[in-house]
Design a binder for this molecule. Structure first.
Ligand code: NZQ
Ligand code: ZN
Length: 386
């Protein structure tokens, strides 16, 4: 096992009715800015429950944080924070709202010239942030219990990630009932995103870390078993609860302790979203199967373990077990309603050069657990994904 530091200070309040706990989780004298998205929280009662729980606190609002939250929109929120002397942020929504709130928290107290530098430096220049919490409505990203965020700058077609130990939510409220209203597309996206998060941390090379491996395999099996049930029975509390906790555990730092991490699929996926507007999970469903096929030699041992322990594939030669495991995973993404080919989204070979140029412009030229995913390998992955 590799050396590691594990730090995660986020308090999780989980279960039906837990939004009421905001009354104790948010400081009583806080000047709160509540940040949310396009209005789903007005339709499913979340907005009303949050306002009720916040009681007589001073609460300003900032709405309109879009999926793949933009620097352009978020800088308006930073201006609101400054104008109203806000000292506590409350994100209410999915990963985009929580990520956006992390950026606002860091940008509002940023000491440099332009907070975009936070993205350029991947968060290494974040020395403090406003305190914030979240109410999660979409299980997918793990943003509710991690310190990362992904921000898009529309004007330059850039979608970049940053992370900082100052950007963990102080708390996150997870009420599975609030996920009943998710559109089918977002249910599928959430399951695929969480699945790929696990794969980025598990499907590398063995370092004798059986706790992390079996934990990762447990999350994958849970997503495979529970994901389709959420599509069939949207108001099944147990199913929603298990999916919600699986997605949180997939990216809160626990399964990445002491193991190598890949993340090449995510970095190529971010370019697909920045240039073509695909949903985050759609990009992952396209890239990961092709990535595993192109890099199957380097990942051979873990692919065989994945085939055995996650898909129960024990017969046949190694090559056929590996291909079957990748095919089963790809079929699972399709079962969740997420298409897995570039052509399914109207994209083809003619779009690949610009994607590679973007990877190079963003210095994404040595990706993967061994930093050997060059632009040439990324090109092979994209070509195989057509
Ligand atoms: O904006 P509203 O009206 O709220 O609607 C949202 C949005 O349109 C809707 N929605 C959310 N909860 C709902 C609901 N609709 C009905 N009922 C509910 N309960 O769902 C739509 C998508 O929301 P969004 O927040 O964009 O989705 P998601 O949670 O998948 O977040 C995606 C973003 O997170 C980033 C992605 O790159 C992308 O920008 N990621 C963040 C990560 C992190 N912080 O660690 C890691 C991930 O790999 C990912 O990159
Ligand atoms: Zn993701």
């Amino acid at each position: 096992m590799l050396n590691f530091d594990f730090y995660n200070p986020t308090h999780i309040a989980f279960g039906e009715g837990k939004i009421a706990d905001l009354n104790t989780l948010v400081p009583h004298n806080a000047r709160v800015l509540m940040l949310y998205g396009g209005g789903s929280i007005h339709k499913n009662g979340v907005y009303d429950e949050v306002k009720l729980a916040l009681g007589s606190r001073l609460v300003a609002e900032f709405s309109g944080i879009e999926p793949n939250p933009t620097y352009e929109t978020l800088m308006k929120a930073v201006a609101e924070v400054k104008a109203h002397q806000i000292d506590f942020l409350l994100a209410v929504g999915g990963g985009s709202v929580i990520d956006g709130t992390k950026f606002v928290a860091a940008a509002a107290v940023f000491e440099g010239d332009d907070p975009w530098e936070i993205l350029e430096k991947r968060g290494n220049n974040v020395n403090s942030a406003l305190p914030f919490g979240s109410v999660l409505t979409l299980p997918a990203t793990g943003s509710e219990m991690n310190s990362g965020a992904v921000i898009t700058r529309t004007s330059i077609h850039a979608k970049l990630a940053f992370g900082s130990r100052h950007c963990f939510p102080q708390f996150s409220v997870l009420d599975p009932v609030k996920t009943y209203t998710l559109p089918v597309r977002q249910v599928g996206n959430g399951v695929v995103d969480a699945f790929v998060h696990v794969m980025e941390q598990y499907l590398t090379y063995p370092v004798n870390a059986p706790v992390q491996d079996r934990f990762a395999e447990g999350i994958l099996l849970t997503l495979i078993e529970e994901g389709p049930k959420a599509l069939e029975t949207p108001e099944n509390y147990e199913v929603r609860a298990n999916l919600m906790w699986a997605a949180t555990m997939a990216l809160n730092g626990v399964i990445s302790t002491g193991v190598p991490q890949d993340w090449a699929t995510h970095m190529i996926g971010h370019e697909l979203t920045a240039l073509h507007g695909l949903d985050h999970a759609q990009t992952l469903a396209i890239i990961l199967p092709a990535m595993l096929r192109v890099r199957k030699e380097a990942k051979r041992e873990k692919l065989l373990q994945f085939a055995d322990r996650v898909w129960g594939l024990r017969d046949g030669d190694e090559a056929s077990r590996i291909e079957s495991a990748i095919s089963r995973m790809q079929a699972f993404f399709e079962t969740m309603g997420v298409k897995t080919r570039l052509q399914d989204y109207g994209l083809g070979a003619e779009h690949i050069p610009a994607l590679i140029a973007s990877l190079e412009a963003h210095r994404m030229t040595k990706l993967g657990e061994r930093r050997d995913v060059t632009p040439d390998i990324s090109r092979q992955v994209l070509e195989l994904a057509i």
